[in-house]
Design a protein. Structure first.
Length: 318
């Protein structure tokens, strides 16, 4: 039986632009308050793997407590084991899967949070945005620190009693994870990290796809580019990544479309810009991957302005 626990924590923060907070109204300025949410979740379930590639409009930290799984993260594939903590920035395509289809009890903690939360707590000396905001990474937590890390995540799941200071205390639980994980992240930057198991061929193909998303990409074209038969190309890609070439191309194009909508707030020629010759096909694939049409997505982006409330767009079953 699956066990799923969720906790969302809402709070008000000053929005920091540059090195200064906007002034309060009585000081001759405007008060920029942001209502933000971080979502803490713990899932323990048999074979509870992510069935499809997906991405989020906010950041994610995933802490895995089981062996026997593989993780696709930003174009690389990793074998991960108990105690791996994964940083997944906004918009990065990822998927946790079981390549051998073994019966495994999946035990995972996740935190979802907007980049604005990191911005609000960053200082010149402790820049959370630079460290945790924009780079994907796999970090191996040492065995003797795994239980302590579990306890940190458990505190994020605790309910607030609504008393004075309880919201600040809860925010501190989130910050404690960032602070205590940093030494291990620094070591991972020195190559003491899980190594990608992606073959040179598949790595090159992923880079090629990423740089040609706005152009027509076919299996025949990829076969000619890499001098490998379509059959062998498709088989090796699926074997290493857990999904098909077409699934990856569609995921990358929809992720690109979402980024354009968030940044430019307009729909003009969007289908063509992300490699779809047909507007109707683009809308169909976009809805399949996000659950909404491009126009509906754009309206949500406009409502969220610069700082989106928690939004989690992914294909069905993710």
């Amino acid at each position: 039986m699956a066990k799923i626990r969720n906790m969302s924590t809402k709070f008000l923060l000053f929005f920091k632009r540059g090195d200064k907070l906007k002034k309060r109204p009585e000081e001759g300025g405007c008060l920029f308050l942001i209502t933000q949410t971080y979502i803490a979740r713990h899932v323990v379930a048999q074979n509870s793997y992510q069935r499809t590639l997906h991405f989020h409009d906010i950041n994610e930290i995933l802490f895995s407590l089981n062996d026997g799984c593989t993780f696709f993260l930003g174009g690389q594939v990793y074998n991960i084991r108990r105690g791996v903590l994964i940083l997944i920035p906004e918009g990065v395509i990822h998927r946790k899967f079981n390549p051998d289809n073994q019966e495994i009890l999946v035990d995972t903690y996740t935190l979802h949070f907007p980049l604005a939360l990191l911005e609000a707590y960053s200082t010149p000396r402790t820049d959370f945005v630079r460290i945790y905001g924009n780079s994907a990474a796999c970090i191996q937590i040492p065995e003797h620190m795994i239980q302590h890390t579990v306890e940190l995540f458990e505190k994020c799941l605790q309910e607030s009693d609504g008393t004075f200071g309880s919201d600040v205390a809860r925010n501190q639980h989130f910050l404690n994870i960032l602070l205590e994980v940093y030494p291990f992240l620094a070591k991972s930057m020195e190559n003491e990290k899980p190594h990608s198991i992606t073959s040179p061929l598949i790595s090159d193909m992923i880079r090629y796809i990423s740089s040609h998303l706005a152009s027509h990409i076919s299996l025949d074209q990829l076969s000619g580019e890499f001098f490998v038969s379509k059959y062998n190309l498709c088989r090796q890609f699926k074997q290493e990544t857990g999904f098909t070439i077409i699934e990856y191309i569609n995921s990358c194009r929809i992720q690109m479309a979402c980024r354009i909508l968030r940044e430019e707030k307009q729909l003009t020629n969007l289908a063509v810009r992300v490699g779809f010759p047909s507007q109707s096909h683009f809308i169909h694939i976009f809805r399949r991957y996000t659950g909404v049409t491009p126009r509906e997505y754009l309206e949500r982006c406009k409502q969220f302005a610069e700082v989106p409330v928690h939004s989690n767009f992914s294909p069905p079953g993710a």
